[in-house]
Design a protein around this ligand. Structure first.
Ligand code: HEM
Ligand code: HEM
Length: 175
């Protein structure tokens, strides 16, 4: 007797996927406004959310990576090698982008308390230059690369549905 193939991701994986997708969408809105409309009332309204929300996404991605490892046997098998590599690249950037920003934040010596939680006390004296330089160089760039990869990810879901004849969408929905 062969085991029946697993048709879709479980409830916790779906909650993490769609919950984080919504938070990422808002995070990119704040970044886009910061980029396109600096020093406007719109920027004042949304940019304040960027750093705390980024810290929350950092926490959620740690939970998500741990859950992906624990849940692996219960997940549908990868469609192909490109899909596996694509998902790994998404994970790498989901981790790397906030890590670089938090590193820069720490190195700046400024206190950081997202949602009132005292994460970094800050310190007196010189900033840690390699941390601020690395974050300054790569955080924004890699975040835009993540956005491009997300667009490709959504594009592949649609492509598989239209051209490939495989409706992978159902793997990530409750039905
Ligand atoms: C996964 C979460 C995050 C995403 C997707 C993200 C996305 C972005 C993007 C796309 C930009 C570029 C905006 C531009 O080109 O003007 C940016 C800039 C910025 N982000 Fe984030 N961010 C995240 C987390 C964080 C965190 C945790 C912090 C701080 C603790 C932070 C602080 C900043 C700052 C200060 C800038 C402006 C300077 C720069 O362009 O590097 N971000 N972010
Ligand atoms: C409208 C937006 C989105 C749609 C329609 C969508 C759809 C899907 C579907 C159908 C799968 C299952 C694919 C398979 O098993 O072959 C999947 C998996 C995945 N998606 Fe998305 N997705 C969206 C947004 C995002 C965003 C914003 C991210 C990350 C920033 C993301 C990251 C992932 C990852 C890492 C997986 C692998 C499963 C996991 O570990 O969660 N997706 N997505």
């Amino acid at each position: 007797m062969t085991a029946s193939p697993i048709a879709h991701y479980g409830r916790i994986s779906r909650l993490l996927h769609w919950g984080m997708a919504a938070l990422f969408a808002f995070q990119f809105v704040t970044a886009g406004v910061h980029f396109a409309f600096p020093d406007t009332a719109l920027e004042v309204a949304v940019w304040g959310a960027h750093m705390p929300l980024g810290a929350l996404l950092m926490l959620l991605v740690v939970v998500r990576v741990l859950w992906a490892v624990i849940d692996r046997p219960q997940r549908p098998s990868a469609l192909n090698r490109a899909a596996t590599l694509g998902h790994l690249a998404l994970y790498a950037l989901m981790v790397g982008v906030p890590v670089l920003a938090l590193l820069r934040q720490y190195g700046s010596g400024r206190a950081f308390a997202p949602f009132g939680v005292p994460l970094m006390p800050g310190f007196e004296g010189e900033e840690v230059e390699w941390m601020t330089a690395l974050g300054g160089l790569l955080h924004g760039e890699l975040a835009w690369a993540l956005l491009a990869l997300i667009a490709g990810h959504v594009g592949m879901v649609l492509w598989h549905r239209r051209m490939g004849g495989q409706d992978v969408r159902g793997r990530m929905t409750a039905r």
